[in-house]
Design a binder for this molecule. Structure first.
Ligand code: SF4
Length: 388
């Protein structure tokens, strides 16, 4: 079974920190809908009968497109592939881009999870990072989503924003949790080169909180989310029990998924081989290929067992549950700890492993704080073994 991801690369306008593949919505949007519908047909011919357990519309801002377009795309996926009756069908939205009517239309077509990008509850912070909406506009979208019938709602928050204090961040968490969404994502701002915010910080026109202050914010935020009933199940994701995002779990479990739309990535099994491929990232190039009746592939790589094992580790260690040793053994025929013995032992000395359940290779909270260095050890040690 696979997950299907649909990338909608349009937003009302670019946020100041954003380097995702998205552009302000323009006249190409109508052609884009037709191109995605064509891509679905071509993929149905290539992967006939592939069962789908989750669908995720991400962006960009999917709700920058009319609800009718989004529903047409979902209907086409359901026609092309057997979608499980209890599939999780998520869509990302931003406040100000959709109202009660559009949200109701999404619910009646089968969308059952909504992810709302809020980021902060203070309007001055939202303004500084170039969000198009206010907190009050978010509230009205949230209420409309509830009224329309969405029970499973995620709200995105960020920390490390310019001018943000720990008190601001904790206040945002409390305000959002009081609305009782099923899920909260809490990301750290990453200053990406080439964004207007990056240029402003470099030129001294904008200041970010110090690294230590951001780490403290993150820690305090995690404690508060747990206290408010949201358990951390992935580095940046918190959910009420049973509301973990099933689509994202496909990625973290390194299972197959099919990406549709410009810049979408896929990981599929073709003729017994694990293949990763990506679509053209520019909208014109994506449209051009599909309008000629071709799949819009930009790159295709067959991954070997060594790479798949490392990917499973890299993704699985993001989960607080860790990596199921039996699942790893069943897939690769070797035990994850024995496979990476040197890296395991080195990080054990730092106290980075949680030994509570021997069935899992699982990081402690402090281990998760050092995830990048743990993974460097795994990559290096395994590479050395592989070359021996
Ligand atoms: S809404 Fe999201 S995808 Fe769109 S510009 Fe802002 S951060 Fe980027």
């Amino acid at each position: 079974m696979i997950g299907v991801y649909v990338h909608i690369p349009y937003c009302l306008r670019k946020c100041r920190y954003c380097d995702f593949v998205s552009v302000p919505i323009d006249e190409t949007a109508g052609r884009y809908r037709s191109a995605v519908l064509r891509e679905i047909e071509l993929c149905a011919q290539k992967y006939p009968g592939e069962r789908v357990k989750s669908v995720f519309f991400g962006g960009g801002t999917p709700t920058a497109l009319p609800a009718d377009d989004l529903c047409a795309i979902l209907d086409a996926i359901k026609t092309a592939f057997p979608v499980e009756p209890d599939a999780e069908i998520s869509i990302e939205c931003n406040p100000k881009t959709i109202g009660y009517e559009g949200l109701s239309r999404l619910v009646s077509t089968g969308f059952n999870r909504l992810s709302i990008g809020l980021q902060a509850t203070q309007n001055d912070l939202l303004n500084r990072i170039g969000r198009v909406h206010t907190f009050e506009e978010f509230l009205s979208t949230y209420r409309a989503a509830k009224d329309a019938g969405f029970q499973n709602i995620n709200i995105d928050l960020m920390h490390g924003l310019p001018g943000q204090t720990q008190a601001d961040y904790l206040d945002a968490i409390r305000t959002v949790a009081a609305l009782e969404p099923a899920h909260i994502s809490a990301y750290s701002l990453i200053l990406e080169e080439g964004t207007p915010l990056y240029d402003d910080v470099l030129a001294g026109r904008e200041t970010l909180p110090e690294e230590d202050a951001v780490a403290d914010m993150e820690d305090a935020g995690m404690d508060l989310l747990e206290e408010l009933g949201y358990h951390r199940y992935e580095v940046s994701n918190f959910a009420k029990p049973g509301f973990e995002c099933r689509h994202n779990l496909i990625y973290w479990h390194n299972e197959p998924y099919l990406g549709l739309g410009a810049a979408a990535h896929s990981s599929m099994i073709e003729d017994g081989l694990w293949v990763r491929f990506s679509n053209e990232s520019s909208i014109p190039a994506y449209l051009k290929k599909l309008e000629k009746g071709k799949l819009p592939r930009a790159e295709r790589i067959i991954t070997n067992t060594f790479e798949q094992m490392f990917e499973s580790v890299m993704l699985g260690l993001r989960l607080t549950e860790g990596i199921g040793r039996k699942a790893f053994f069943d897939r690769f025929g070797s035990d994850v700890i024995e496979t990476y013995r040197e890296a395991y032992d080195k990080n054990d000395k730092y106290g980075f492993w949680d030994h509570a359940d021997p069935a899992y290779l699982r990081l402690t909270r402090s281990g998760m704080d050092h995830l990048d260095s743990v993974l460097r050890d795994f990559r290096e040690r395994r590479l050395i073994d592989f070359l021996r």
